[in-house]
Design a binder for this molecule. Structure first.
Ligand code: HEC
Length: 160
């Protein structure tokens, strides 16, 4: 029996233990890496607080040009604009917003809470890799409320 021999020879036993602990640590390191890769943000994301529910729509009438566009320009268009189109999505133009992402439409006019755009910025009802923006702090309640209200109010594009 190899088992028997293993314990008779101290040197072999030592080597076997070293080998096994080496394998175990390699395996668990791979496990951790896998986790970080899924997380995709080097642990940073977990320090962001996702909203438990989608923040309510603001109660005033909102304008795309004056209220919504500045939020998108500030937080989103460096990845969804001229230079980069992550998920094939552009948020810097009316056409881009209406075209949606590689997965399809991101807004359902009249239904802010059901729109992927709103869900992704609240981090509610989406996959963890769909939470936007991916690394930075979440948008504020008010900013999400503005975008939600804009879609609730018909997602109209005033001006340019
Ligand atoms: C640092 C780059 C970056 C920033 C900034 C960013 N995104 Fe994204 N966005 C991505 C990536 C990458 C994906 C693809 C995620 C995936 O599906 O794995 C994505 C996907 C999306 C999707 C589509 C999800 C889908 O599954 O179709 C929406 C909607 C979206 N982003 C909205 C936003 C909004 C709104 C902002 C600003 C508040 C924003 N993003 C900021 C990188 C970014």
């Amino acid at each position: 029996m190899p088992d028997h021999q293993l314990f008779v020879n101290p040197l072999k036993t030592c080597l076997a233990i070293l080998l096994m602990s080496g394998i175990i640590s390699i395996l668990s390191a791979e496990d951790r890496e896998e986790h970080e890769r899924h997380d995709g943000r080097g642990g940073k994301k977990s320090s962001r607080t996702l909203y438990k529910e989608i923040p309510p729509a603001v109660s005033r009438t909102v304008s795309f040009t004056n209220d919504v566009k500045p939020i998108l320009l500030e937080n989103c268009t460096r990845c969804h604009g001229v230079k980069k189109q992550k998920a094939e999505l552009r948020l810097d133009t009316k056409e881009g917003i209406l075209a949606g992402s590689e997965d399809g439409p991101i807004i359902k006019p009249g239904k802010g809470e059901a729109s992927l755009l709103v869900r992704s910025i609240a981090g509610v009802g989406v996959e963890s890799d769909q939470v936007m923006p991916p690394k930075d702090d979440m948008l504020t309640k008010d900013e999400i409320g503005i975008i939600r209200a804009w879609i609730d109010q018909g997602a109209k594009f005033d001006g340019k």
